[in-house]
Write a protein that binds this ligand. Structure first.
Ligand SMILES: [Ca+2]
Ligand SMILES: [Ca+2]
Length: 328
């Protein structure tokens, strides 16, 4: 796509006449990008050394379809009244349609930003657009527009030109051209990993004293079933254990573990069968040899991203009342 110098004067006139408000000053665009394109242009190739000198163009969009164009100029802290920047968009990816291929053109001059579209014979201004805005600060032109205003396209060809108009004489810097793909899918690669994939819910010792029911929910943040393990440990006095390890007064021991696979946004009861140590501690609890059986339950899970997360809970395991025991 080449610049459209032949229509520039017309555009400029329209720009001067159109009173569509330019955008309010913008905060710098957030670059939590779905897609991103960087085009470069040589410095110093501006005609006569007078035209605005494009050195780079950056394009990105957010997931809501707002497209941002950033045009860097090497030789302008502020645009001159005679300067005009054109962002030419070939939205149907057909160089045979539009003006030299451009079906839409965004023009920026003297703090005015206007969208033009090809009506079959002319580029005419669209003054009813809602999402177009533009600012020029410190040598950088930033223009945003939602793709809904340019035909909800998924991609477009783009070329950026900078012009300086001296009467009938137009000096230009024909800037870079490229093609941009609008990406509206969340970027899972750069999304922060979830803090937790699986969450522990109710934890209950069964009346038989051999199994702990551990309710685990696989959270909606999981991208595939949560696969993992529920582990119950306890830190107990060494004297309660038949161990030969003399070092510590207390020791952390595993009382049982069980694997699980749970679909996202579903809850499952994982039955953790207590091992010999676990059953022994329950027996001591039943006999009143220990007052409380404090345990730590951990559910470690991963989804298809292979990111492991762990949820843990401290609970006191209680012996079910006999009534419950008889009833179950
Ligand atoms: Ca240049
Ligand atoms: Ca076209």
């Amino acid at each position: 796509m080449r610049s459209t110098v032949s229509c520039v004067l017309g555009l400029l006139l329209v720009l001067a006449l159109v009173t569509a408000a330019s955008g309010a000053p913008q905060t710098p665009p957030v670059r939590s990008l779905a897609s991103h394109l960087v085009l470069t242009d040589p410095a110093g190739d501006n005609e006569g050394g007078l035209a605005p000198d494009i050195t780079g163009v950056e394009i990105f969009n957010d997931l809501g379809g707002t497209i941002t164009f950033v045009v860097n100029l090497a030789n302008r802290a502020q645009l001159l009244p005679e300067d005009l920047i054109l962002i030419n968009l070939d939205t149907d990816r057909n160089l045979g349609t539009g003006l030299f291929g451009s079906d839409y053109v965004i023009g920026y001059s003297s703090d005015q930003v206007v969208l033009f579209f090809w009506n079959g014979t002319d580029l005419s201004p669209l003054v009813t657009q809602n999402t177009l805005s533009g600012t020029f600060v410190g040598g950088v032109l930033t223009v945003t527009i939602n793709r809904s205003e340019i035909g909800n396209v998924d991609s477009f060809g783009v070329g950026v030109d900078a012009l300086h108009i001296q009467g009938d004489n137009i000096l230009s810097d024909v800037g870079p051209v490229g093609a941009y793909e609008i990406d509206l899918e969340p970027d899972t690669d750069s999304a922060p990993p979830p803090r937790r994939l699986a969450k522990l819910k109710a934890i209950k010792l069964l009346a038989n004293g051999r199994v702990v029911k551990v309710d685990v929910k696989c959270l909606p943040s999981a991208q595939s079933p949560c696969k993992g393990t529920a582990v119950i440990t306890a830190t107990v006095a060494r004297s309660l254990l038949t161990t030969t390890m003399p070092a510590a007064k207390t020791r952390t021991v595993t009382l049982g573990k069980a694997k699980f696979t749970i679909k996202p946004n579903k809850k499952k009861t994982v039955k953790v069968r207590l091992n010999k140590t676990g059953r022994k501690l329950v027996t001591k609890l039943r006999k009143g040899q220990i007052k409380k059986l404090r345990v730590v339950v951990k559910a470690t899970a991963q989804d298809k991203r292979k990111l492991k997360t762990t949820d843990s809970k401290r609970v006191v395991l209680k012996l079910p009342r006999m009534k419950t025991a008889l009833g179950s």
